[in-house]
Design a protein around this ligand. Sequence first.
Ligand code: 13P
Ligand code: SF4
Length: 343
Amino acid sequence: MTTLSDKLRVLDPDYYTPERVKPFEATIDRIQELKHARNAVVLAHNYQRAEIFEVADYLGDSLGLSLKAAEVKDADVIVFCGVHFMAETAKIVNPDKIVLLPNLAAGCSLADTATGPTVAARAAELRKTYPDLQVVTYVNTTAEVKAQSDACCTSSNAVTVVRALESKHILFIPDQNLARHVALHVPDKTIIAWDGYCYVHHQITPESVLAMRRQIPGIKVLVHPECRDDVVALADAALSTSGMVDYAKASDGTDFLAVTECGLSDLLQISVPDKHFYRACKICRFMKAISLDDVEQALLNMRFQIEVDEPDRSRARMALERMFELTGETRDNLTLPGNVANE
Ligand code: 13P
Ligand code: SF4
């Protein structure tokens, strides 16, 4: 039987030493008991620490997590192991549940580049020139920014959402790299990009990808669309995090480079153990903020509860629902990633 120690050691033997992993086992057991006592489920993003995957009831990308959060019925509590905007999204789509974010340091510097008033002011100014302007917000935004938008999108459906909207002029908030990716695929529309970017993906250079291509002939390069356009241009496929897991599972290839946050390479190695995953990745300090101890403390103390006030909640919910409507996404027809944990 593969132990937790064996599983984690494969990822990084220098970090996952037996001394470090040993206490995880007892903490995981206590978390499972607390989940039962609190009638809680744990939803976790694909970039989380590998030991967090062990307590997740569902693991996914932003789209999968928002659909799954909406679907939680029997549980009273959703413990969200991801970042703040994702926990807020869970609260927006399922307001009757208690949503806990185990560590408030789990923010997102990309989401922080836009605020409700700055987006409203920019949209009002642009509408003087483009009266048909619509605002599309990537889910990596706060609730007050989502509340200013006509539709939300995620990395997996941004192109579909923008294409499906009736307007020719789109203000795309807040990621300039994803905006450029959308513009390339929807050339008949004018995409006006906000000037935010993800500090993790923006650091990755074409040189690091090209060096790997030279080293491993035939390697399949999977790139997250938050990367710079000169990096996305080198990709075999530009995909969301769960899209990368699906691709690696279905592909005939054996060698892959996941160009995104490093947690995804860990997940790929765990989910598709018979293939090789090379790294051209960076670590997101926000995604790594939550520890197993934080999850235990969250359940013990019912902290930190996420609230979204009206009218932002209702407006943000409309923007999320528009996304589901434009793309036809529901839990039933979502191609669930192979990384559904512990279900
Ligand atoms: P995904 O929706 O592709 O998982 O991306 C979330 C994110 O924060 C990327 O940085
Ligand atoms: Fe935000 Fe980038 Fe971290 Fe994703 S990877 S949570 S976009 S800072």
